[in-house]
Design a protein around this ligand. Structure first.
Ligand code: HEM
Length: 247
């Protein structure tokens, strides 16, 4: 298949998988977990997976592949830089609100904070993402930063971008697994145990598979050098793509 055609096929798959991830995580929490509220109850917790998957996986993944869309290559880069930064900012805000949902739920219910492997990985992901966003803003978007500094920081920004994305996926998978173990204990008429694979478990496992598939497609797009925004004819360092390897 021609590289351009392959890109658009993969991009379409990426968008469809992203929409499915958001639909699955919302339906899971609405249909099986009772829906949403902001009152310190389990319904408040339900915002956590929805905001984390939508923000740190789907929005983040789409913002990361933005520069790879060939249709944008002939155009001024600044609006795409701004869109990249705004989408990442929205992802950051969603992840912070998603964390507030679970911390508040834990505090109101007297549950200890940050004890699980999931929470350690999750908190590290959000801290790294916050640092990456602030550094990206200062170095790539604000006009005063010198070209030499951009050149120096870009490979780190590119590597950190993929690392944070992988960490987000790992956090989501561990979170889904943990939630299913907590919720599907069995021993009641309401839920069968996880091991009996009730419909909720099949659905939430499928959400995990969709998240992994989305991640693999995004990483495939990011790793293909033929889909990097070309630099030919661009003399100004400020117009270089953020997710482009320097060499
Ligand atoms: C990138 C995505 C995610 C990040 C960064 C993240 C982060 C966190 C953090 C930091 C906590 C600890 C809160 C506290 O100690 O009070 C937590 C708790 C929790 N999260 Fe997530 N989470 C993510 C996605 C998910 C998903 C998709 C689920 C699926 C339901 C989930 C389920 C849970 C559960 C059950 C807890 C409470 C138990 C615990 O503290 O481990 N998380 N999450």
């Amino acid at each position: 298949m021609r590289p351009l055609l392959l890109f658009y096929v993969l991009y379409l798959v990426c968008v469809c998988l992203g929409v499915l991830c958001v639909a699955f995580v919302s339906y899971w929490n609405h249909h099986w977990r009772g829906g949403f509220a902001w009152d310190g109850s389990g319904l408040q917790f339900n915002w956590h997976p929805v905001l984390m998957v939508t923000g740190l996986v789907v929005l983040y993944g789409n913002a990361a592949v933005l520069y790879r869309i060939p249709l944008t290559w002939g155009q001024n880069k600044l609006p795409w830089k701004l869109l990249h930064a705004v989408l990442m900012f929205m992802a950051l805000i969603m992840s912070i609100v998603g964390l507030c949902a679970v911390f508040d739920f834990h505090n109101k219910g007297g549950t200890p904070n940050v004890y699980s492997l999931h929470s350690w990985l999750g908190i590290s992901t959000v801290v790294l993402f916050t640092a990456q966003w602030a550094l990206g803003l200062g170095v790539f978007l604000l006009p005063y930063s010198p070209v030499e500094l951009r050149k120096l920081v870009k490979p780190v920004h590119v590597w950190m971008g993929s690392a944070i994305f992988i960490l987000s996926i790992v956090s989501c998978i561990s979170g889904i697994n943990e939630k299913l173990f907590f919720s599907l204990k069995g021993g009641s008429n309401v839920t069968k145990p996880y091991s009996a694979l009730p419909p909720e478990a099949v659905f939430a496992n499928s959400l995990g598979v969709l998240i992994v598939a989305f991640g693999l497609v995004v990483l495939k797009i990011l790793s293909n050098q033929t889909w990097e925004r070309p630099e030919a004819g661009q003399v100004d360092g400020s117009s270089r793509p953020l997710l482009h390897d320097e060499n």
